[in-house]
Ligand binder design. Sequence first.
Ligand SMILES: *Cc1c(COP(=O)(O)O)cnc(C)c1O
Length: 469
Amino acid sequence: MNNRLYGNLIFELSKEGRRGYSLPRNNFGDYEIPQELCRAEDAALPECDELTVVRHYTNLSNNNFGVDTGFYPLGSCTMKYNPKINEEMAALPQFQNLHPLQPEHTVVGARALVILLEKSLCALTGLDHFTFKPYAGAHGELTGLMTIDNYHRSHDDLQRKKVIVPDSAHGTNPASAAVCGLEIIEVKSKADGTVDVDDLKRIVAEQGNEIAAMMMTNPNTLGLFETSIPEIAELIHDSGGLMYYDGANLNPMLGACRPGDMGFDVMHINLHKTFSTPHGGGGPGSGPVGVREGLQEFFPNVSPYNGNFAVMMRAYAYILSLGREHIKEVGPLATLNANYIKESLKDVYELPIDTTCCHEFVFDGLKDKSTGVTTMDVAKRLLDYGYHAPTIYFPLLFHESLMIEPTENESKETLDGFIAVMRQIAEEAKTDPEMVKSAPHTTPIGRVDDVLAAKHPVTTYKQMLNDNN
Ligand SMILES: *Cc1c(COP(=O)(O)O)cnc(C)c1O
């Protein structure tokens, strides 16, 4: 890529007086702009010809990595293929050009779609009602917890302000509970990675009448199926609390089982993950919340209008294109692909919990720890081979977590290619560890100092110029 030739910033390509466009003829006459509203100096805008602009942005876009360019095994994030038919449906002008304040009789089709999507999600989850207002998974968690809080308040159960969260949970779980004004109690995991029911019993015995809810992810963030859910749900329900299901990552469940049948009362789904909307970098998302009959009256109003409609359209197109029969294959295939990779690599990567996983699993770095090559190094070296890195250093249960989720869409050839490269890197770690530690070698930039970038972000061009001088 000609990135160096063309510059990283459009400002660096600017030549005084260059123009890429001409303004249309002024049909409105001249108007005086009051002096006090005018700039003292001209805005420092880049001045470029059209072709330079096209090349600049095309080259930048070529530096992007996405599911459409390569394998993206990012655990917990479900970076799966987003079928193009979904994009076509979401771009239909009849839907795309709707305004949320249009008269109701002009949006009958859109309303029908919401109802049909709700029915589909109810069928897939075993719950009875959904609200589509939340814009993301974390927003859904907050909405679900507010629903639960409203429910307890309506029963004058004002002391129920504690939420039990497993130590393996996604970070958003305790964060959402805290934002909702609830207190977090952490329940331990056993050595096999699932919730320690004895620890839970102790918590319930001590603080049962203060418990608002228990939040669970199943399969949990280690990719393991929580086998004690019926027992856990009974414990929590008997104490007066509700069961919350983090369904951000519903891939392994499709066709396998339903949270509603397992005893959960409230859940959210990340439509942008399981139901295929291109996401990342903060959006776009949709985190609908589902509840058991009777709880829908406690839904809070967390956003204006009816949620992120284009994401809902993609989700419905995805569900329809798979159909009742084929959607049942998603979970089993995602599970098969993850287990295939795990079994093919566990002799060279450390597998702390050696059991059948669901849609994802976690290695604890390389098996051979004597090389000094870390999970970070492996992740960076993967970039040289054209793969997106897996999720690293999460979950926090292990020091060198490397969390892999291939999804159901990948062919055996793609999985075999990834396995071969992971084995190759394990070999390189032994024969040439310095080369792995200094990876990546082929990307436009090497390792960035992400702490510095977060603490002192350089967000303006001016600042950048000063720094360079
Ligand atoms: C992704 C994820 C979330 C958060 O979803 P966002 O849409 O990123 O807010 C919560 N829980 C789990 C298990 C997840 O994988």
